[in-house]
Design a protein around this ligand. Structure first.
Ligand code: GTP
Ligand code: MG
Length: 211
């Protein structure tokens, strides 16, 4: 999809603040500081659309972004990161509630982009998320981030190890860098394919419009 326009729609701190679903949604999920907001920005070529920070735990809300192409519109949803040790228990509970409400009930959700730092192994949180997504039949793309921090030779090894661990086909694993733009075209190809179906034809829309 050629992006004509990208804009912030709204943020929600609780499920009743979620907007009515109007377009297929692509969710960006992953550990705090993995690079969700940065990659989202890179995909739409807007450096400061979603807020990024060197301090983990910057994104505390779910944020919706309208991404308008020549013929259609999709929405990106930036989710708060998990796994940040310094976050208080009450906030972790809030995160869990928000994310479960979104992943569990959002009919408009078409693709989950699960981000994983290329340098780290997949953890329990990622395994849990992937089980959830599989159970809900939400196609998942594993985006391995910050690839610019590795030499190309080392990258290939990590990609193999991580795609095996994730049990995903090669077409659903993309090596990315929000710094260099590596993998952006491949990620778009996957997003395009998985969001191609118009939301208005989907009987599930009625359900997702319920408050
Ligand atoms: P939370 O909102 O806290 O969950 O974090 P996030 O996953 O949205 O991460 P964010 O995009 O804010 O990036 C975190 C830090 O990693 C920032 O300092 C970014 O500049 C850096 N970063 C993100 N992507 C890349 C990348 O591809 N390469 C490099 N070298 N740094 C990156
Ligand atoms: Mg963020």
């Amino acid at each position: 999809m050629r992006v004509m326009r990208a804009e912030f729609m709204l943020s929600a701190a609780e499920p009743r603040g979620f907007p009515i679903a109007e377009a297929p949604e692509v969710a960006f999920l992953g550990r705090s500081n993995v690079g969700k907001s940065s990659l989202l920005n890179k995909l739409v070529n807007r450096r400061k659309l979603a807020r990024t920070s060197a301090t983990p735990g910057k994104t505390r809300l779910l944020s919706w972004f309208r991404v308008v192409g020549e013929e259609r519109e999709i929405h990106f949803v930036d989710l708060p990161g998990y796994g940040y040790a310094k976050v208080a228990k009450s906030e972790r509970r809030q995160w869990k509630g928000l994310v479960e409400a979104y992943l569990g009930g959002r009919e408009a959700l078409r693709v989950a982009v699960l981000l994983q730092d290329l340098r780290r192994d997949l953890g329990e949180d990622e395994a849990l998320l992937m089980r959830w997504l599989r159970a809900r039949e939400v196609p998942t793309v594993l985006a391995l981030t910050k690839a610019d921090k590795w030499k190309p030779m080392q990258r290939a090894k990590r990609v193999k190890a991580l795609s095996d661990a994730a049990e995903l086909p090669a077409s659903r694993v993309v090596v990315t860098s929000a710094t260099s733009g590596l993998g952006v075209a491949e990620l778009w190809a996957a997003i395009d394919e998985l969001t191609a179906e118009a939301l208005s034809c989907d009987p599930g829309v009625a359900a997702s419009r319920r408050p």
